[in-house]
Design a protein around this ligand. Sequence first.
Ligand SMILES: Cc1ncc(COP(=O)(O)O)c(C=O)c1O
Length: 371
Amino acid sequence: MKIETIAIHAGNHIDETSKAVIQPIVLSTTFERAADGTYPSGYIYSRSGNPNRTLLENVLAKLEGGADAASFSSGNAAGMAVFQSLLPGTHIIAPDDMYHGLRNQLKNLFAGILTFDFIDVNNTEVLQNHIKPETGLIWIETPSNPLLKITDIKKIVEIAHKLGIKVACDNTFATPICQQPLALDTDLVMHSCTKYFGGHSDLMGGVLITKEKNDWWQKIRQVQEMGGAIPSPMDCYMLTRSIKTLPYRMRGHVQNAQLLAEFLEKHPKVERVMYPGLPSHPQHNIAKQQMTSFGGMLSFCVNGGADEAKRVINSLRLFTQATSLGGVESLIEHRASVEGPDTKTPFNLLRVSVGLEHIDDLMADMSQAFG
Ligand SMILES: Cc1ncc(COP(=O)(O)O)c(C=O)c1O
């Protein structure tokens, strides 16, 4: 089946009792046992499993072409489950511009348990020099947040797998509509469902999707069930509902982002634009090979430094100054000021989550803000 069909059908099922076309939200935390003590429905207690979560995990696994999916209460909870599933002493290699929330999680919560290096994973020599006997995981994020750097997924997987190292890819910026890392042989895909899957800036969620149901996956499932950072039935329902329109929303995001990137690149007040769909992007050729389209996120640096960047933000009327991304409304953010002192983000950089408003209105707003 094509991805549009999967998005609509794989997360829904007609209720057998009421014949409701859309699945009911099952709020019950517990499920009745049969006389012999077994659980005929397959459900026991909602932390272990719930019908809305089963449907959500089914559609998420199918969208990424995975064997199984485990959903969480946020993207960071999904990332944390990966790190908690590793043996103490495991070494992780992660990008130097890894999403700052997960970088801070590693540095603050896992120091002394795991070891890690944040490096330029695209530099093969640097990568190989950092691999140790205890390296168990290479974490990649492509396109990266907020520099939109592209990592060559196939190349990383080749290097890692020769040495028995697992590869996990944060695919939040791309979504499975634009890029499918499991098809390029990564072991795991992670998403913040808070972003494009939710799509309306009104829920938090996260997911891990595995290529194979192996021992590592069993451990991740244990972290999910025993740790209990699960999404509520209502959030699972809201997510499966939003996912039905994901392929069509992504088309709009991609189209608007490409046009806005081209517009900004020509603007005299813009120093440079970071968008993988632009031929000027340093890894445009890798992006073309591994992505089917280039996503809805872009960053740009404003001539005149941080003060001018902040002036532009405050002059915009349609783009809301707020963190997060992937909603139907356009958001813009001065990224360096939220990322903390070890940020790699230039101070004149603005990150844009390009929404689904008409592109003419978005360009007109940018024009008036630049003055
Ligand atoms: C690329 C990326 N990964 C992970 C996360 C964490 O997701 P959440 O905020 O749902 O915990 C985010 C959030 O901004 C993100 O942008």
